[in-house]
Design a protein around this ligand. Sequence first.
Ligand code: PMP
Length: 356
Amino acid sequence: MIRKINFGAGPATLPEEVLKEYAAACLNYNNTGLSILELPHRGADFVDIINESTNLVKKLCGLGDDYEVVWIQGGGRMQFGMIPLNFLPPKQTAGFIDTGHWSQEAAEYTKFYGKHEVLASSASNHYRTLPNWPDIPAGIAYVHITTNNTIYGTQWDNIPECSVPLIADMSSDILSAEQDYTKFDLFYAAAQKNLGTPGVSLVAIKKSLLAKANKPIPPFFSFSSYVKKNSLVNTANVSAVYASLLMLRWIDKKGIAAIEQENNAKAALLYSAIDKSSIFNAVVTRQAHRSKMNVCFTAVTKEIEQLFNDLCKDNNITGIAGHRYTGGFRVSLYNAVPIAHVQTLVALMEGFEANL
Ligand code: PMP
């Protein structure tokens, strides 16, 4: 079978070597005579998987003993709910930097637990830019930011230090470039983009923030209980954590510096093809605000959009349709997308335009 070129926004493409190793583990995990899909979550083999994954996150993100790393089921939205439930004290307000749908949805979940305030927003220009970093008013318990905006294609490059705990949704750009993760008091990422398969999130929490979570809440929703139980609060998503471990090993082997270089080259190649084109237009025009993970663009007419979509289909390319909120095209260039796939797409765009 020929594998498709997959530019989907998540579940996203995975490296072939990771898929092969996962496939072998589906039949017999580490000579246990059990499939990874059958492996007991409280057995030593899975504890080894959790511990290695956690240690790799700490190594790759440069985290010291002042951070805890846990693996929690439920994806990004589970974190939208767990964060205010654990960290928003009564009478205080959660601050949001609104850069589009995912920041808004995180804010919506917060309403069930307390107050929230949008401190900065780029809604007025349809999220085609990032807002200026705001001054943080008194009474803000923490600030929540979405580091990469999967739907609109903007990405923070330089996040300033924050005077209150800073919480980051890094679902669509975790481990895509070298950066200082210790800026964040908590960061989380649903795994299905840069870090594996759906159904689990990586959450890293600074111990000083964890100490502030003292509301009585059920263990399944409490970060402290995940820390105390080494992520084994209930039947863990064994196979999804294993997929994350394979991705972490793959990232570690390549090195973040090399991954960053390749991500920069992929994004530069595609944006430059769009900028040169007279039939495709980039959604985000400010260079400094452009996402290197999700490149969003439109065609000048619906007819051209349809023709190019059909051409991609005929050439084994999938996952380029824009999000249902925005239309147009969205090409996701996560870590596992090889530059050769972007070269193929760009050649197709150029050939298409030349023959139009
Ligand atoms: N945050 C971001 C930045 C996302 O891109 C997504 C999903 N695409 C989510 C959160 C939601 O994740 P989930 O579907 O796992 O709830």
